[in-house]
Design a protein around this ligand. Structure first.
Ligand code: HEC
Length: 328
């Protein structure tokens, strides 16, 4: 990032004086970071002794999400979603005239570590358990979490959430045709009434086709998963899902958080193989196709407006999906 000094001032005031902001920030890591694995060890080793439970230098605490974002004398150390604007990131480079470099002693953090912290902030400051903050305590606060891995309009949410949100990640494994794959890797709860969502709030899907491949990883209460579309919010959408445990393909509507079955078809298929799910909607007519066989056709009337699309699993169902393909 280059600092552009306005020409008028640059010529007179700043000539030859390096501006504190002209520092190149290391690039954010290009993957979904995991707070527990990637971030907490850095904070614990390099920051917590001055910004933890015992000491809060500059009134700043870094051992829970709320304080990490807004404690400190500035009251705005982290701007969720924007690492380049975040004071904390600038301090790691000593790029702020008012503060010392952080940590003030020892080697500075490496560009890789700063890249991870940047990605973590850009991805919405997901805070998932730590030595100091329990997952339970964070659950209510994390009722919506940005998932920048697929684009800025993607969010992790849940319908009828009681415990923490599930963890979704872009994974190294690819889909059956080499596609980017995303998995719900950790449900973090077993609540049978919770539906885990990873959805794109921006795509306005009304009529067209959505295709995805999916494969079950695990789940005792539930397995498999599916697609949501015409989603107004986390409580209102259509969902088509394949459940290898119950051995069926189903179409539901979820309205005001309550699920209602619209159609069902029996399917015998092993959980550990990829299944291809295609939803088509034209006005009120929906069809759901699994591995090339159209098993469900129904007329639906509840959601008539265009809405978001996304991925869905129930309870503790951990599942890997390809990035959904939408044609409208
Ligand atoms: C040895 C103690 C120590 C360690 C370790 C340390 N800090 Fe600090 N931190 C301070 C002090 C002292 C200040 C006030 C500095 C100043 O005013 O120049 C400060 C200020 C800050 C602020 C400004 C808060 C505000 O709004 O007032 C942030 C953000 C911060 N530190 C983050 C970190 C991070 C992130 C780490 C680890 C990578 C870290 N610090 C490690 C002592 C420490």
């Amino acid at each position: 990032m280059k600092n552009v000094v306005p020409a008028l001032l640059g010529a007179t005031l700043f000539l030859g004086v390096p501006s504190a902001m002209a520092v190149d920030l290391p690039a954010p890591a290009e993957r979904v970071v995991d707070y527990h694995k990637d971030i907490a060890p850095i904070f614990e080793e390099r920051c917590i002794k001055c910004h933890g439970e015992k000491k809060q230098k500059s009134d700043y605490r870094l051992d829970n999400r709320d304080d990490a974002i807004s404690s400190g004398s500035e009251g705005a150390a982290i701007t969720p979603g924007n690492s380049a604007e975040s004071l904390l990131v600038r301090l790691l480079l000593g790029a702020d005239d008012n503060y010392d470099i952080m940590p003030p002693k020892g080697d500075p953090l490496t560009p890789e570590q700063i890249g991870l912290i940047r990605a973590w902030i850009d991805q919405g400051v997901v805070w998932e358990g730590s030595a100091a903050g329990t997952t339970e305590a964070m659950a209510e606060k994390n009722d919506k979490v940005a998932f920048a891995g697929l684009g800025e309009s993607w969010f992790v949410e849940a319908t009828a959430q009681k415990g923490p949100l599930a963890t979704w990640q872009i994974v190294d494994e690819k889909g059956p045709e080499g596609e980017t794959a995303i998995a719900l890797t950790k449900p973090n709860h077993t609540d049978a009434g919770t539906y885990n969502l990873l959805w794109d709030t921006k795509t306005q899907f009304k009529n067209g086709e959505i295709a995805v491949s999916l494969k079950s990883i695990s789940g005792e209460e539930d397995q498999g998963g599916g697609l949501i579309w015409r989603a107004k919010d986390k409580n209102n959408y259509y969902v088509a899902r394949f459940n290898p445990l119950e051995k069926n393909l189903r179409l539901y509507q979820v309205k005001d958080g309550k699920r209602e079955k619209l159609a069902s078809a029996d399917v015998e298929r092993a959980a550990d193989q990829w299944s291809n799910l295609v939803v088509k909607q034209q006005d009120n007519a929906v069809s759901v196709t699994l591995n090339g066989q159209t098993l469900i056709k129904a007329d639906v009337e509840t959601f008539t407006e265009a809405g978001g699309i996304g991925l869905w699993t129930k309870a503790d169902a951990a599942t890997i999906f390809t990035q959904p393909k939408v044609s409208m």
